[in-house]
Design a protein around this ligand. Structure first.
Ligand code: NAP
Length: 216
């Protein structure tokens, strides 16, 4: 399985890319600049010499050519990133880890989006690609530290059953992570918005929290 991450040079893409590669998957970190992505991929493989990470860098178009594609760009740059890649993304599962957040005074708040979530906005922009929403609440720093064991649930939303199943399988491939079916894309809004709550708790207690649901 080859996973591409658009905007994979940022903290979220680097962290997820490392974890996926550590799980034995081949990962392409995408970027607007091929050289930057290659540099980041080289740095990550050098940082974890014993792990044999199958991690490489390329333009976003190279990442979009993978079997399954994760969106790791900031929300306000995502649509302009995916639009030119619509053709290559057609028929592929596209996983949105994007949360639309804004700083309001000292607080980080979730942005109200017309379709209720960023994932639904992305689905409207990519009608030929089944979109899922996942990975919103995991702090990038923890993902990137492969020596750190994780014990977290990843809430996965999608309208397309195959996209949901593929995303949950991707999550479950990573040790310590459990993918949970959290409903259709109509549920992605509260899942994305809860990221702002996690950030508020993290700031208040100077910690990095992640989500783990009891009773299941
Ligand atoms: N940080 C976290 O802990 C975390 C956790 C879960 C989910 N997320 C979500 O994951 C996404 C990425 O988070 P991040 O912190 O890694 O973001 P980031 O560092 O701001 O951006 C990630 C990458 O996207 C590219 N990029 C930046 N601005 C862009 C634009 N206007 N148009 C196209 N590409 C652009 C850059 O790569 P190039 O310059 O190389 O193209 C950058 O390295 C966000 O949507 C965030 O909500 C973040």
């Amino acid at each position: 399985m080859h996973v591409g991450i658009l905007g994979g040079t940022g903290p979220a893409g680097r962290g997820l890319g490392c974890r996926l590669a550590a799980a034995g998957l081949t990962v392409t970190l995408g970027s607007r600049e091929r050289e930057r992505a290659e540099r980041v991929a080289d740095q990550l493989t050098a940082a974890w010499p014993g792990r044999n990470l199958a991690l490489r860098g390329g333009e976003n178009a190279a990442a979009a050519a993978a079997d399954i594609v994760v969106i790791g760009t900031p929300w306000d740059g995502t649509l302009e990133t995916v639009r030119p890649l619509r053709r290559v993304l057609e028929g592929k599962v596209v996983v949105s880890m994007v949360t639309a957040l804004l700083r309001v005074g000292r607080e980080i708040q979730a942005v109200d989006l017309p379709r209720g979530s960023f994932a639904a906005t992305l689905q409207a922009a990519l009608p030929g690609s089944p979109v899922s929403a996942a990975f919103h609440h995991l702090p990038a720093e923890d993902l990137a530290d492969l020596d750190q064991g994780l014990l977290a649930d990843i809430l996965v939303c999608a309208d397309d059953a195959g996209a949901k199943e593929a995303t949950i399988s991707l999550v479950d491939a990573m040790e310590g992570l459990r993918g949970l079916d959290a409903g259709r894309l109509s549920q992605a809004g509260p899942v994305e918005a809860f990221t702002a709550v996690c950030i508020a708790v993290n700031v208040r207690y100077k910690v990095r929290t992640y989500v783990r649901l009891g009773g299941i």
